[in-house]
Write a protein of this length. Structure first.
Length: 685
C-alpha cells in the first residue's frame, strides 16, 4: 500500500472513502466510490491526484464547501494508493535530447514515462523512436519525481495496423492464441456431425432453416425455421448452436472459455472465446452442413400471438447463409434478378459466405423470399406489441469500419437497425425470454441478464439537460415519458448524441443469479441464450436448459449451484466490460486511421455534417453518415471574420453575415488528424 504526500493543505476534511480513479485528458480526475457506481463521483483537481494513475484503487479525502463548485458536488484529494490498476503501459517511444520517453496510447494517461536507452535493452529487435512498445512501470512514490519504466517488448511501428492491434491485446489482457491443452482437446473434436450424435434429436434437416447475419460475421450461432401448421398457425424454431454438446463442463476448453468470458470483436479481427475448430467450424451454423442445436419452438396463431412454447435438441442443415442486406432485399424487392445481384462479402472480411444468390434457381429463391416475409409478419407484430407495452427503442445506428486485405481501414458504412435486423432481434428476444421464464418457474439455478431501473436523480438531471435543446418532457421515472423522449430524439438534429447521453444516464446491464428483470426491454424474464459461441453466459444457460430436457429423457446435464452462479455472473460482467472497452478503442483507432488516409488523397472526400456545439474559436460537428465527431476551427473559415452571436449558438461573419449555427448542416473535408490526442479537425469543403 502506497501513501501519497499531500500536495497542499485544503479546507477542513469531512470524510475519506475508497474508490477507483479515472483521469481526463487535461489531468483532472474523478473517483467512483467502491460499490456506489450510481452515486455522484468525487472530483479531483490535477494538483490533488498525488501519484495516482488511471484505474488505481485509491483513498480520497473529501472536502465540502469549495468555491466555484456546484452545490452538492464532492471534491477531494488522493491520500493513499491501495492498489495499482496496471503494471504495464503501451505507448510510442520518443527521444528528447539524450533521454528517451514513452508517450502512452491512452490520452487519459497524462504522464510520460522515462525509460533507459533502448539500445541497452534486452528486447530484440532493438526498439527505435517511433516504435510502439510495452513498458513495465517502476515504483512511483513521490509526485515531484518522474514516472519511470522499463521497455519489455516491441510491437512494431506506431500506427501500423498490426502494432495497433497488438497494443490493444496487451492493454486489455486479450490473448489471441489458446493454451496447448485447449488446442489438444480441440484437435480430438470431429470435423463433422456423426450419426450417433443425431440420435434422440428432432430432425429439422428437411425443414426450411436459414441464418441472417452481418456482412462481416465470422461465426453463425442462430438460425430460424418456419413450419405452416394449417389453420393460420405457424411454428417458428429458434435454433442455437449446441456448443454444450462439444464443450463439456470442467474440460480445458470450458475453463479457458470461462476465463475469457466472451469473444472480443475488434475491427477486422476477433479474439474468439472458443478455438476456431468450434467457433468457425463444428459449432457454426454454416450453409449446407449438419449442425447440432438447442431450439426454442414458438407456435403462433392467426393473430400472431404465441399459443405454445416448447424446447428441444435438434439437428439442422441451413438452406442459406444470408446477410442482412440480402434479407432486406428479399423482404422488399420483388424482382428476382435484382435480388440475385446482391453482392457476397469479400472473403477477408467474413466467415463462410455460402452460395451467391445468383446461383439459386427461381423456385428456391421464391421459397426463401416467402419464408422470410412470413417471418417478418410475425416479427413485426411481436415488435409492435413489445413497444406498445413500454419496451424502449434503444437501438442506435452504428458505424461499421471495413478493412482491406492488409488490415487498413478503407471503408465506413452506417448500419441502421432496419427490418432485416429487427426480424432476427424479435425472435432472439422471444427465445431469451422463453428460456428465462422456464428456468425461473422451474427454480433452476441459472444466469439472467438484468437491467436495473435507472436512478431518479440522473433522469432528472438528463431531463434538465435536454430542455436546453428545446425538448420538453415530463418526469422520466414514468415510462411513457421516456417513450415520448425517445420518439422526439429519433428526428432531432442531435438525436444520436442526445440518445447516447441518455444511455449513459441508465444503469449498465449485467449478469446475475436472480431474475431481477430488464428495464430497457420492460421484461420480467430475460436471459442470454442465443449466442453460446461468443458468450459463456449463454453456454451456461444451455447447460441449465439441458437439465430440464434431461428430466424429459433427452440426455445428461450439468447442474450448477446458486453461489457458483453468482460468482460467475460477476466475473462475466467484468469480462464483458473489458471487451466493450477494447472494441471501442479499436473503433477509435481505425476511425483515426481512415481519416488520416483521407489526408493523402489529392481530392479529399466531402462529408455531410451537422453542427452540434458552437464556441468562440469554432464549432463541433458530427458527420451524418459515420457519426464521427470533429472540430472546425474558425481559422479555417477564411472568407470572413466570424464572431459568436449574443445567444452563443452561432458564428456570424462580420462582412458577409454568413452564419454557422447550432444544428446547421454543411459539407466538410478532413483538415488535421492527431492520432495521439485522438482528435480530428475538419474544414468546410
Amino acid at each position: 500500500m502506497l501513501n501519497t504526500k499531500p500536495g497542499r493543505k485544503g479546507p477542513q476534511a469531512d470524510d475519506s472513502v475508497k474508490g477507483v480513479i479515472q483521469f481526463r485528458a487535461g489531468g483532472s480526475a474523478f473517483v467512483v466510490v467502491d460499490g456506489k457506481r450510481d452515486e455522484p463521483s468525487i472530483q479531483i483537481s490535477p494538483d490533488d491526484t498525488g501519484v495516482a494513475l488511471p484505474g488505481d484503487t485509491v483513498v480520497v479525502r473529501i472536502y465540502g464547501g469549495v468555491a466555484g463548485r456546484r452545490p452538492g458536488e464532492r471534491v477531494g484529494r488522493v491520500v493513499q494508493i491501495v492498489e495499482r490498476a496496471r503494471a504495464v503501459i503501451v505507448g510510442d517511444l520518443r527521444r528528447e535530447g539524450r533521454n528517451f520517453i514513452v508517450a502512452p496510447d491512452d490520452p487519459r494517461f497524462v504522464y510520460e514515462i522515462a525509460v533507459p536507452d533502448p539500445a541497452r535493452s534486452p528486447v530484440k529487435p532493438v526498439p527505435h523512436p517511433g516504435d510502439k512498445v510495452i513498458v513495465k512501470l517502476g515504483e512511483w512514490r513521490r509526485r515531484e519525481q518522474p514516472l519511470v519504466g522499463e521497455i519489455t517488448g516491441r510491437l512494431g511501428r506506431t500506427h501500423e495496423p498490426r502494432a495497433e492491434l497488438l497494443g490493444i491485446f496487451v492493454k486489455h489482457g486479450l490473448e489471441p492464441n489458446f493454451p496447448a491443452d485447449v488446442e489438444r482437446e480441440a484437435s480430438h473434436i470431429p470435423d463433422h456431425v456423426g450419426a450417433r450424435e443425431i440420435e434422440g434429436r428432432r430432425d429439422y434437416r428437411a425443414i426450411p432453416v436459414f441464418t441472417i447475419d452481418p456482412d462481416d460475421a465470422k461465426d453463425f450461432d442462430d438460425a430460424l425455421s418456419i413450419e405452416d401448421l394449417g389453420g393460420g398457425s405457424v411454428r417458428v424454431g429458434i435454433h442455437i448452436a449446441d456448443v454444450s454438446s462439444y464443450v463439456k463442463h470442467g474440460t480445458a476448453i470450458d475453463r479457458e472459455a470461462r476465463t475469457r468470458g466472451n469473444s472480443t470483436y475488434l475491427v477486422g479481427t476477433v479474439i474468439p472465446m472458443l478455438p476456431e475448430k468450434l467457433s468457425n467450424g463444428l459449432c457454426s451454423l454454416v450453409e449446407g452442413q449438419d449442425r447440432l442445436c438447442k431450439a426454442v419452438f414458438l407456435t403462433f396463431g392467426p393473430d400472431f400471438r404465441i399459443r405454445d412454447t416448447d424446447f428441444a435438441n435438434t439437428v439442422i442443415r441451413s438452406r442459406k447463409r444470408l446477410t442482412y442486406k440480402q434479407a432486406y432485399a428479399l423482404l422488399f424487392e420483388n424482382s428476382l434478378e435484382k435480388i440475385r445481384s446482391m453482392p457476397v462479402p469479400p472473403k477477408h472480411q467474413t466467415g463462410s459466405t455460402g452460395r451467391a444468390l445468383r446461383e439459386l434457381g427461381d423456385r428456391e429463391l421464391s421459397d426463401l423470399q416467402s419464408w422470410i416475409r412470413a417471418l417478418w409478419r410475425i416479427a413485426s407484430a411481436l415488435r409492435r406489441e413489445r413497444m406498445a407495452v413500454g419496451s424502449l427503442d434503444l437501438d442506435m445506428p452504428e458505424t461499421k469500419i471495413f478493412v482491406d486485405p492488409q488490415g487498413y481501414a478503407d471503408r465506413l458504412e452506417r448500419i441502421e437497425q432496419d427490418e432485416s435486423h429487427q426480424l432476427i432481434e424479435e425472435f432472439m428476444l422471444a427465445a431469451n425470454e422463453a428460456v428465462a421464464r422456464l428456468t425461473r418457474t422451474h427454480k433452476l439455478p441459472s444466469l439472467y441478464r438484468v437491467h436495473d431501473n435507472p436512478d431518479a436523480e440522473k433522469l432528472s438531471d438528463y431531463r434538465q439537460f435536454v430542455s436546453t435543446f428545446g425538448i420538453k418532457v415530463g418526469d422520466l421515472t414514468h415510462r411513457e415519458e421516456v417513450v415520448k423522449l425517445l420518439t422526439i430524439l429519433k428526428t432531432h438534429p442531435q438525436g444520436y448524441t442526445l440518445r447516447t447521453q441518455f444511455l449513459r444516464s441508465l444503469k449498465k446491464a449485467c449478469y446475475r443469479a436472480t431474475p431481477d428483470g430488464h428495464y430497457g426491454l420492460h421484461k420480467k424474464d430475460y436471459t442470454h441464450f442465443t449466442s453460446p459461441i461468443r458468450r459463456y453466459s449463454d453456454l451456461v444457460v444451455h447447460q441449465v436448459l439441458q437439465s430440464y430436457l434431461s428430466n424429459r429423457g433427452e440426455g445428461g446435464a450439468v447442474r450448477h449451484d446458486l453461489r457458483g452462479i453468482q460468482q460467475l455472473a460477476e466475473h462475466l460482467s467484468l469480462t464483458e466490460v473489458n471487451s466493450t472497452e477494447a472494441e471501442r478503442e479499436s473503433v477509435k483507432i481505425k476511425l483515426l486511421e481512415f481519416f488520416e488516409r483521407e489526408l493523402a488523397k489529392k481530392k479529399r472526400t466531402a462529408f455531410a455534417a451537422v453542427i452540434t456545439d458552437v464556441r468562440r474559436h469554432g464549432f463541433f460537428i458530427e458527420l451524418v453518415e459515420s457519426m464521427t465527431f470533429g472540430f472546425v476551427s474558425s481559422d479555417t473559415l477564411g472568407d470572413d471574420y466570424y464572431q459568436l452571436n449574443p445567444e452563443g449558438n452561432a458564428l456570424v461573419g462580420r462582412r458577409k453575415h454568413r452564419v454557422y449555427e447550432l444544428n446547421g448542416r454543411l459539407d466538410v473535408v478532413v483538415d488535421k488528424v492527431d492520432r495521439f490526442k485522438r482528435i480530428i479537425d475538419f474544414r468546410p469543403a
